[in-house]
Design a protein around this ligand. Structure first.
Ligand code: COA
Length: 183
């Protein structure tokens, strides 16, 4: 069973370890950088059968600018979108849908979501509705800035966004999560 819930202070050691082993050294995020982003309000962990197996870090940010790596989080004064800074699934839990579940919960209720795709993950993000905007060299690696913009339909934003079955009654209008959701 997959469960998604907000990241807590007690998760940070596992999250940091997972990030450090999953990314090459040029994408290393120090402890202060990791921990500071939890205050951004969009950090989640994913559990598979009760075991923490993935995480996602996101926060409001400005459009068109990749967020720096290994910097202490400072909230943007005039955010224009929601930005997914880091999505990581433990190598032994990949292919189970956990990355998709984390991203869908982070994106829900947010009409404009941006990110910088690294390590050849563009295809994964395209599968979630993101479109390539521009390529760049990101800390020595090839990366692509991507954007997902939803148009408001007759049933409203939420109808376009939700596919996680238990989400609607657990996600507030500002996108924050009440408790955990099972997807
Ligand atoms: C990318 C990542 C988060 C995907 O997580 P996951 O839980 O394995 O993904 P899912 O099981 O939800 O896969 C959903 C779909 O995306 C595809 N997919 C997974 N990783 C992919 C990748 N790197 N490139 C293209 N497609 C990918 C899967 O094959 C699957 O396709 P399907 O629906 O046709 O079967 C995970 O591989 C990871 O943590 N990689 C290392 C860190 C990383 O690259 N993060 C993204 C940085 S921007």
């Amino acid at each position: 069973m997959i469960e998604i819930r907000p990241m807590r202070e007690g998760d940070m050691d596992v999250v940091e370890e997972m990030g450090t082993v999953s990314y090459p050294p040029n994408y290393y995020e120090g402890s202060a950088s990791f921990r500071s982003k939890v205050s951004g309000g969009g950090c989640l962990v994913g559990l598979v059968d009760g075991v923490l197996a993935g995480y996602l870090m996101s926060f409001p940010y400005v459009l068109g600018i990749p967020y720096p790596i290994n910097e202490v989080y400072v909230p943007a004064g005039h955010p224009e979108c929601h930005y997914i800074h880091d999505l990581c699934v433990s190598s032994c839990a990949r292919g189970l849908g956990l990355g998709t579940a984390l991203a869908e919960v982070a994106m829900s209720g947010r009409p404009m979501v941006a990110l910088t795709a690294v390590m050849g993950s563009e295809g994964f993000w395209e599968g979630l509705g993101f479109r390539r905007q521009f390529g760049l060299d990101y800390y020595g690696g090839r990366a692509t800035y991507m954007l997902r913009v939803l148009r408001q339909g007759s049933l409203g934003w939420a109808s376009c966004l939700m596919s996680a079955s238990a989400c609607p009654n657990r996600i507030a209008s500002d996108g924050s999560i009440d408790g955990s959701v099972v997807v």
